[in-house]
Every structure is written in structure tokens, then in C-alpha cells.
Design a protein around this ligand. Structure first.
Ligand code: HMG
Ligand code: MG
Length: 302
């Protein structure tokens, strides 16, 4: 049986835009966040407090985070890989703090090195004080787990490696985790094995599915995860995205497509599909292209 409701975290403003070569003005990012919340998104990954040398597109993190007109009941999250990132995210009055911070590790050693310049074990050492400091301030903590089915450098990733990382995340006080298929190579049974391995350490309500659509498998993988009772998913409006350290990775599955799937199954998301499509058209026009969403296209030409 499937869950009766699903919560979607739109990661478009962060995962979606981080890899854009052309500069996207902070005001456009802020407007995107506001259109997403107006469409009914209750969780939005807004930006990341990472090195601007590594990810120049996120250099305007503070401007974006503090530019949003916050809506009650919406959870705003940001990525913070280290104490420097956390301190920058909290360098503002409390009302402008993120509700949740995200530490991000990988099930693959090679990807950990390329993405955050350290081993898995070192990453956990760096995250531990970040998690502790955030939780001491009442900020929620999520852990993103990259490459849980495949890695651009190591190939297929065994579920044991996912379980190992999930256990380390749990051990430092991370409250919930994302099972990410960073390069979109996963297929339903492989994704289910990665989720099962995570379940050794986290409750199903604490696990979210984060599927990139590189190989066109993301909706199938979503359905497979739903069948296990997963009811938290990450997606990007207009299918924005790609990862700077995962060559060839396309965007996350489009939020429009996930919402259409869920609505068709009678699963409540609280999202207004038409308003969401408009938000996707808005950001795509700003980027000078069409939304990467089949549902958006189909509904607009109807
Ligand atoms: P490092 O070079 O090992 O760090 O980078 P460091 O502590 O040695 O610092 C080096 C320089 O970076 C110093 O500056 C620091 O001040 C600065 P310098 O003295 O050379 O001028 N620095 C920072 N600046 C701003 N904010 C910070 C920060 N930390 C250090 N927080 C680091 C380590 C993690 C910082 C770096 O590797 C980095 O920023 N990586 C970017 C990783 C990233 O954003 N990747 C994309 C997101 S992950 C993803 O997309 C996957 C996900 O969606 C799930 C999925 O799909 O798989 C989550
Ligand atoms: Mg991602």
C-alpha cells in the first residue's frame, strides 16, 4: 500500500541552480522560492553555504536566504558542509535563520573526495560539530547521502556502503537522511536496496528519496520508494539541475512530474500543480530555456 500523503522538498533553488554557468540574480532565486511557497511547497532547499570558489553560483547565499519573505509553516533549508558554512548561515537575526541545515556526505569515497575534498570518515568528523551546534540552537539537521546506487568514479555502489554512511550519520545526531541517486543510474530494485540499508538506522518517516532523472528512471524509482512507505521526496521545479562534481548528471526529477504522479494516485501533496507549473516557467524563462518537465509541457500545450 502507498502513503496517503507525501511531502515534497523542492531543491530547485539549490541543487537545481548550483550548476548553472550563467549568473542567476539573487532576486530571481528569491522570486522562485516565493513562487514555490505560493504553490504550496512546505519545504524548500534555498541555497548552500559552501566555498564560492567551488560553487560560484551559490556565492549569493546570504542575499537569497535573507531576501525571502517567509511564509508560516514552510521549512527553509540550506547546505552547510562545515562550521564555516554554519556560522555564515546563522550570521543574521534568528528570524532569518534556516529551519534546517543539511550536511552532505557520500556513500562513495571517490565522490566524497571530489565533492567535499575529504574522505567519508573525515567528512563525519567535520559534520559532527556542525550537527551538534545546529541542534543546540534548535535547528533541524538532515543528512544528504550522495551516490547511494552509483558513483561517477566508482561505478555501482553496494547497499552496505549506504548502510555504513547512514549509521555514521545517525551516530552524530543527524535526524533524517536523503537517499540520493546523484547520477540517476538507479533502477527500482537497486533504489529499494539502498533504502533498506538506510532503514537499519532510520525510520521510514526519516528517509527521503532524492532521484535524478539522468536515465529517465526517477519516476519509477519514486514509485518503488513509495511502495516501501517512503513519503518524503526531493525534486526540482522544471527539472532544474545537475551536480558540479558529477559529470553528465542532469537535473532532479521535475517536481511537476512527481506531483502529477501522486495526484493521479490519489496521494495528497498540498501542491497546486498549475501554480507550480507557472513557477517552473518563470525560472526556465529566466534561464532562457523550456522547463524539463513532461507534465509541464503536456499541460501547457493542451
Ligand atoms: P576545502 O578546500 O577542503 O576547505 O573545501 P578548507 O576548509 O581547506 O577551506 C578552503 C577555502 O575555502 C578557504 O578559503 C576557506 O575559507 C573556504 P581561502 O582561505 O582559500 O580563501 N571555505 C568556505 N567558504 C565559504 N563557505 C564555506 C567554506 N568552507 C571553506 N562553508 C568545502 C571543503 C566543503 C568547503 C569545499 O569542498 C566545497 O565548498 N565544496 C562544494 C561542495 C558542493 O557544494 N557540492 C554540491 C552540493 S552536493 C550535491 O549536489 C549532492 C546532493 O544534491 C545530493 C545528491 O544528489 O547526491 C546534496
Ligand atoms: Mg542532488
Amino acid at each position: 500500500s502507498y502513503p496517503s500523503r507525501v511531502k515534497i522538498i523542492d531543491v530547485g533553488p539549490r541543487d537545481g541552480l548550483q550548476n548553472e554557468k550563467q549568473p542567476v540574480p539573487a532576486a530571481v532565486k528569491v522570486e522562485l522560492v516565493q513562487r514555490l511557497q505560493a504553490a504550496g511547497l512546505k519545504e524548500i532547499e534555498v541555497t548552500s553555504f559552501v566555498s564560492p570558489k567551488w560553487v560560484p553560483q551559490m556565492a549569493d547565499n546570504a542575499q537569497v536566504l535573507h531576501g525571502i519573505e517567509r511564509q508560516a509553516g514552510v521549512r527553509y533549508s540550506v547546505l552547510t558542509p562545515n562550521m564555516k558554512g554554519l556560522e555564515a548561515a546563522l550570521a543574521a537575526p534568528r528570524a532569518e535563520w534556516p529551519d534546517e541545515i543539511v550536511v552532505f556526505g557520500a556513500a562513495s569515497e571517490a565522490f566524497s573526495q571530489k565533492n567535499i575534498n575529504c574522505s567519508i570518515a573525515e567528512s563525519i568528523e567535520r559534520f559532527a560539530p556542525v550537527v551538534e551546534a545546529a541542534r543546540a540552537q534548535g535547528i533541524a539537521v538532515r543528512g544528504a547521502m550522495s551516490c547511494t546506487v552509483g558513483c561517477p568514479y566508482e561505478g555501482e555502489i553496494a547497499p552496505e556502503k549506504v548502510g555504513y554512511l547512514a549509521g555514521l550519520m545517525k551516530g552524530i545526531g543527524v535526524q533524517r537522511v536523503d537517499v540520493a541517486d546523484t547520477i540517476g543510474v538507479g533502477t527500482p530494485l537497486k533504489v529499494q536496496r539502498a533504502i533498506e540499508a538506510t532503514q537499519a538506522h532510520f525510520d521510514i518517516a526519516e528517509i527521503s528519496g532524492h532521484f535524478h532523472d539522468t536515465y529517465g528512471q526517477a519516476l519509477s524509482n519514486t514509485l518503488a520508494a513509495l511502495g516501501m512507505g517512503v513519503w518524503n521526496f526531493q525534486s526540482s521545479v522544471a527539472g532544474l539541475g545537475g551536480c558540479p562534481y558529477a559529470k553528465g548528471a542532469t537535473g532532479n526529477v521535475a517536481t511537476e512530474d512527481v506531483v502529477y504522479l501522486l495526484q493521479g494516485m490519489g496521494i495528497d501533496t498540498g501542491i497546486d500543480l498549475d501554480a507550480l507549473i507557472d513557477a517552473g516557467v518563470y525560472i526556465s524563462q529566466a534561464l532562457g530555456r523550456e522547463p524539463h518537465s513532461r507534465v509541464s509541457k503536456a499541460i501547457r500545450i493542451k
